[in-house]
Design a protein around this ligand. Structure first.
Ligand SMILES: Cc1cc2nc3c(=O)[nH]c(=O)nc-3n(C[C@H](O)[C@H](O)[C@H](O)COP(=O)(O)OP(=O)(O)OC[C@H]3O[C@@H](n4cnc5c(N)ncnc54)[C@H](O)[C@@H]3O)c2cc1C
Length: 377
């Protein structure tokens, strides 16, 4: 699609080889919707850590991989869907701890996160708070030289198995990030069952008067919303990559099936309306991928890419829905059968149109930039 440097080619090949050798055999032990056991998640994360996938742009001096976002994305595309989100979010939590964690928190958690020895999650959403993080109702009050946190975080990726959670809570100084160890007293959780990506470890976190020391403030009290909105920008490009991967898998399945399946005396891929489904899907996938990489390369160049990331996010995830639906159409009834992966891709794709700003929210962000008028209150 675009030129890769020799170094990028080698890094991608190294990840691909490691995935084939050490990750796929673990993933293949599970059913297509089944989440990996925690021990297997950690085994996979340690392989990905060695490849630099968890270290992303964290400097080498801090134990990271010092990669640019484009190179990281090329490597990330090689991961099986069953383990991509757990790696992505653990890496994001490591970046947050490195970028804004206190020295104590960095010493205790950064190494294990980068090594894939522990799993991270990030908690913004609550039962009553989705698209507007300004309404976060979880509270944190100063007590005994630290903070007491009380509230519920929901739809938290990795929440079911995370060892650490970075959550946003409301304080007297404004919205603030806190790192909470899952071993802390008052920390509870449950698994949430969803339509798609059932292999993910989606959870709800119950924070029942959880005390954390002052050092567990990530950043400074009152600065969490700014950092959250900033992190959404890269997060949107990340979720766009998930959309591209899902759509590409479905397109590959549809293309192969169109060559094999025969009706009316020839492969269905020879019928013009099937060709249309395949041609449109292939174009959408490439367009989505280009949008994702444009945003990522702008981040690499230190440019503002909030609008471009919002474009990539809504387009790639809606593309995933369209292309996985087309793939079912190409497969006929087999596409709806649990026997094949195509119905899973469709369910998985729909999951992606919601996080990191729904499709609607991302369109409002783009229009706000173009028109100079905000539709948000
Ligand atoms: C796969 C997945 C992973 C997730 N991972 C995490 C995670 O790790 N951490 C975390 O904190 N959260 C996570 N979430 C939650 C996610 O961030 C929220 O679901 C999302 O912000 C939307 O919030 P909501 O679901 O409450 O929808 P709501 O905000 O209630 O929106 C409902 C509908 O109203 C529309 N809407 C809302 N406001 C407006 C508006 N101003 N204009 C037009 N339309 C509007 C939305 O587009 C949507 O269609 C995840 C969700 C999913 C599905």
């Amino acid at each position: 699609m675009f030129a890769r440097s020799e170094e990028q080619r080698l890094l991608v090949k190294s990840v691909r080889d490691a995935v084939e050798r050490d990750v796929e055999p673990v993933v293949d032990r599970y059913g297509k919707d089944e989440p990996l056991e925690k021990a297997d998640v950690l085994e996979v994360l340690s392989v990905l850590s060695e490849q630099g996938v968890l270290g992303r742009d964290v400097p080498e001096a801090a134990g990271g991989a010092a990669l640019d976002h484009t190179t990281w994305a090329l490597m990330f595309e090689e991961l099986p869907m069953q383990v991509d989100l757990v790696a992505m979010i653990t890496s994001e939590v490591a970046r947050m701890v490195h970028g804004a964690g206190s020295e104590t928190v960095r010493e205790e958690y950064l190494g294990p996160l980068l090594a894939g020895e522990i799993v991270g999650c990030a908690g913004i959403s609550e039962p009553g708070v989705g698209s507007n993080p300004r309404e976060i109702a979880t509270t944190a009050e100063r007590e005994d030289g630290g903070w007491v946190i009380d509230g519920t975080k929901t739809w938290i990726s990795n929440g079911e198995i995370a060892d650490v959670a970075v959550v946003v809570a409301d304080t007297d100084a404004g919205k603030t990030h806190f790192l909470i160890d899952a071993d802390a007293e008052g920390f509870g959780r449950e698994r949430l069952e969803m339509l798609g990506r059932r292999y993910d470890h989606m959870g709800q976190l119950h924070l029942d008067d959880v005390w954390v020391p002052e050092e567990n403030v990530v950043g400074t009290p009152g600065d969490a919303l700014d950092r959250t909105y900033q992190s959404f920008e890269l997060g949107r490009a990340n979720v766009a990559l998930l959309g591209v991967k899902t759509a590409r898998n479905a397109l590959e399945a549809a293309t192969a099936y169109a060559g094999d399946r025969e009706q009316f005396g020839k492969p269905i891929g020879g019928h013009q309306l099937v060709q249309r489904l395949v041609a449109e899907s292939a174009t959408y996938v490439d367009a989505a991928r280009l949008l994702a990489y444009r945003a990522l390369s702008m981040f690499d160049d230190g440019e503002q890419a909030a609008t471009e990331a919002a474009m990539a996010k809504w387009f790639a995830t809606e593309t995933a829905v369209e292309v996985t639906s087309n793939a079912i159409q190409v497969h006929g009834a087999m596409g709806l059968s649990r026997e094949l992966d195509v119905e899973r891709y469709f369910r998985d794709a729909k999951m992606l149109t919601i996080p990191e700003g729904t499709t609607q929210i991302n369109k409002l962000i783009i229009a706000r930039d173009l028109l100079g008028v905000s539709a948000f209150r």
